[in-house]
Design a protein around this ligand. Structure first.
Ligand SMILES: Nc1ncnc2c1ncn2[C@@H]1O[C@H](COP(=O)(O)OP(=O)(O)OP(=O)(O)O)[C@@H](O)[C@H]1O
Ligand SMILES: [Mg+2]
Length: 305
C-alpha cells in the first residue's frame, strides 16, 4: 500500500528537555483515515506539527509523499492542510468569505475560489448560513468551517488535531460523517483524538501513543485482540445449582450475579448454552478499545500525576 507519511525513529526533545517523541515509527496509508489516540501530553500534536513542517525533529526521518520534512518542506506545504488544535475561524466574517479567502490564499482565481467555496459550503451543510457572521454560528458549525478551510485548498492530505473537541454528541457525529465523506473523496486523513469512540468509528488504522512512544498499532479490532484481554460474562441466577455448573470455570460471585472471564470461543459458547438451557440471564462484555487503552496507558491517575 502506498504511504502518504512515513517516519523512522522520529525523536523530538523540546528545549526544556521534554522528550515529546521517543523513536516513533508511523506509516500513514494513502486514502485512509489514520488516528493517533493518546492521553494529554502523549506527543500527538508534536508529531502532527513535525510532519506538517511547522516544527523540526531532533533526530530521525520523516517523509510526506516521499518528500523530506527538513529538506523539502515547500513541496510538502502545498499538498497538506491542517486544522490546528483549538483552531478558531475569524468570527467577524461570513463562512463564504472565510472559505473564499482560504481558496484565494491557495492561489485559485476569483471565480474558481467562489465556486469552490460554495461547493464546499453545500457539502458541509453550511450553505444556508453562508452569509451570516461566524460569531452567530454554533460551535459545531464553526468546526465545520475549519474543516472547510482545509478542503478549499484541494490538498490531498489533511491533518485534523482533535477536530471534535467540545462538541455535543450530535455535532460530533455530523462531523464524523463529514470526515468519512472526505475519505470517499479520496483524501488521506490523519486525525488525533483522545476519544475512544471517535477512533473506533473512524480509524482504518490506529496508533495508540503514550509518553512519546507508540504502544500499539494496527486496525482497531487487531489491536483489541492482540492485547489478549478476556471477555467478561455475567450470569444472573438464583438457582442453587448454578455454582456447580460453573465449577469448571474461575468465577466471582457478586450478589445474585456470577462473573466469569473467558478467553476462548468454546467457553463462551458453552456458557451461553448453559444460560439458555437453564433460563439464566446472560450478559457478555467484549473487551473494548477503552479497556485496551487503560491497560496500555496505565490508567489516568498515572497519566495526570
Ligand atoms: N513548545 C513546547 N515546549 C516545550 N514542551 C512542549 C512544547 N509543546 C509540547 N510540549 C510538551 O511535549 C509533550 C507532548 O505534547 P503534545 O502537545 O505533543 O501532546 P498531545 O498528545 O498533543 O496532548 P493533548 O492531548 O493535550 O493535546 C508534553 O509533555 C508537552 O508538555
Ligand atoms: Mg495536542
Amino acid at each position: 500500500m502506498k504511504l502518504a507519511v512515513e517516519t523512522k525513529r522520529l525523536v523530538k526533545v523540546y528545549r526544556n528537555g521534554v522528550r515529546a517523541l521517543d523513536s516513533v515509527d508511523i506509516d500513514i496509508p494513502m486514502g485512509r483515515i489514520t488516528c493517533l489516540l493518546g492521553p494529554n501530553g502523549a506527543g500527538k500534536t508534536t508529531f502532527l506539527r513535525i510532519i506538517a513542517t511547522q516544527l523540526l525533529p531532533t533526530s530521525g526521518e520523516a517523509f510526506v509523499f516521499g518528500y523530506d520534512v527538513i529538506k523539502e518542506a515547500d513541496e510538502i506545504r502545498s499538498r497538506i492542510a491542517v486544522v490546528p488544535q483549538e483552531g478558531r475561524p475569524y468570527l467577524m466574517v461570513t463562512p463564504l468569505d472565510e472559505l473564499y479567502m482560504g481558496a484565494r490564499i491557495r492561489g485559485f482565481s476569483r471565480d474558481e475560489a467562489r465556486r469552490r467555496a460554495l461547493d464546499i459550503l453545500r457539502r458541509l451543510d453550511l450553505y444556508e448560513v453562508r452569509n451570516q457572521k461566524i460569531i452567530r454560528l454554533s460551535g459545531g458549525q464553526r468546526q465545520k468551517i475549519l474543516l472547510g478551510r482545509t478542503l478549499v485548498s484541494d490538498a490531498d492530505l489533511l491533518f485534523l488535531d482533535e477536530p471534535t473537541i467540545g462538541l455535543d454528541p450530535v455535532s460530533r457525529r455530523s462531523l464524523w460523517e463529514d470526515i468519512l465523506n472526505l475519505k470517499k473523496m479520496g483524501k488521506t486523513i490523519l486525525l488525533t483524538t483522545h476519544y475512544m469512540d471517535e477512533a473506533e468509528a473512524l480509524a482504518d488504522k490506529l496508533y495508540i501513543i503514550n509518553k512519546g512512544r507508540v504502544v500499539a498499532s494496527g486496525g482497531v479490532s487487531d489491536i483489541i485482540s492482540s492485547v489478549g484481554l478476556k471477555t467478561a460474562v455475567y450470569i444472573i441466577a438464583d438457582s442453587p445449582g448454578v455454582e456447580e455448573e460453573l465449577s469448571g470455570y474461575r468465577f466471582e460471585h457478586i450478589g445474585n450475579k456470577y462473573l466469569v472471564y473467558v478467553e476462548d470461543r468454546k467457553d463462551l459458547f458453552d456458557l451461553v448454552k448453559l444460560a439458555v438451557e437453564n433460563g439464566y440471564i446472560i450478559t457478555i462484555k467484549q473487551p473494548s478499545l477503552e479497556d485496551v487503552f487503560i491497560k496500555l496507558v496505565g490508567g489516568y491517575e498515572e497519566v495526570y500525576s
